[in-house]
Design a binder for this molecule. Sequence first.
Ligand code: KIV
Ligand code: ZN
Length: 509
Amino acid sequence: MRIIKIFDTTLRDGEQAPGCSMNLQEKIEVAKRLEKLGVDIIEAGFPVSSPGDLEAVKVISSIVKNCTVAALCRCLEKDINAGWEALSNAVSPRIHVFLATSPLHMEYKLKMTEEQVLEQAVSCVKYAKEFCNDIEFSAEDASRSDPKFVCKVFEEVIKAGALTVNFPDTVGYAMPQEFGERIRYVKENTKGIEKVCLSVHCHNDLGLAVANSIAAIVNGADQVECTINGIGERAGNASLEELVMGLKVRGDYINADTKIDTTKIYSVSRLVSQVTGVKIQPNKAIVGENAFAHEAGIHQHGVLTNRQTYEIMTPQSIGIPKGMLFSSNSLVLGKHSGRHAFEERLKELNITIDNETFEKVFEGFKNLTDKKKTVNDRDIEALVMDNTASVPETWKLVHWSVNTGSAACAKGDIRLQNKEGVFSSANAMGDGPLDAIFKAINQIVGKEPELELYDLGAITGGSSSQGETIVKISLNGRRWNGRGVSTDVIESSIKAYLSAINAMEFELK
Ligand code: KIV
Ligand code: ZN
């Protein structure tokens, strides 16, 4: 069976999509989980695009040991310099350069002729090769390019030292059969292609990214580029979990598999959803809440008799812990559950944390059992998230109160402590309790970010459920996410707003 390489671009193509940004700590958490998941390559960012991206690729390069770390660069020396600065500590670095080859992009975006594009592609691969052996070249918008020209460019960049050539469907335009034929054409008409890795990178504008990637594999592609939960530009990228499980379940037909540990899929998917604040649609294949739910009586009867009647893979194969019913979130732990039971449940949820974090999470769990009779898996995930993947607290919440009602304007009071230990208080009037309290926070912080998104949901069912708030704020064109959880929805909103403020303060410091 052929083994297909998984090139994960959640931290680059995924993260650059609107509403999917992550802070440094969150990127590190995701990178560590991707490494454990067994991806072959992590594309960690686009270093020249911002100092934050460069820093993230640098830190991830020094942490990740078991897979290649790639940095994206345009075909420009300054991009490649930044890329190498970020990657030089990686055990296995890859410089990924791209240049468009389609008539549309060459004429209107690059204002270059075919000859100029060919020359620039070759010279930048040669330049990158001076720093790093592992070079990937992408022909941006390849699916709308002249196939003969793409083959020519691939041939020349291979001669210049590229070890991977990537054929992206940048705008998600291709049809599966057509895309498969293109890949076969490239395989058959590019000198030297047999010595290198042929990759594809499909976008989902017509909902065909996974189908196109599989058609490419069937026709000879060796690597697929994808993201967790399919996040990415516009309609997203090919979803890693769908591709991997497609190969796992239909390996008999496709004759290909990956090195992914599929039992880690579910927990990485949850992590990416939590850190980006982008919810997974319930009917999303593989990781959606309803992916393994059987509602219709006839289906339930079939599944009870023999699961295979309506189930082509088991929830366990993607790491859904035993006892977790997706929609009802079965009771797992309560007031009398001890440290051992809690530790065991974390293991079943595929969550590994260091001892110090464990102590904090366990304390949070005990406090929660005072407020809620039952604590389930979603609550546990939220507690873990609260204590990991967060930036240092420039501002800590000490106290809050609001006064509101149908007849009066809301008034919010807040008391915060800064990292030097100094306390500050403020109050403000507002159009509702949150407006008032967020204004009071802004007074203390001395900045007025725009609240771009506010989303409040219940983690589980029932009126004692914890409220989970996601906020996205922006200032001078930069964006930060925040997340807060509490049994009180106003407190969860304040925590979310403050965590976004802390992410902003950390980056702007
Ligand atoms: O979609 C695309 O073409 C890309 C390239 C940079 C690989 O993301
Ligand atoms: Zn892309």
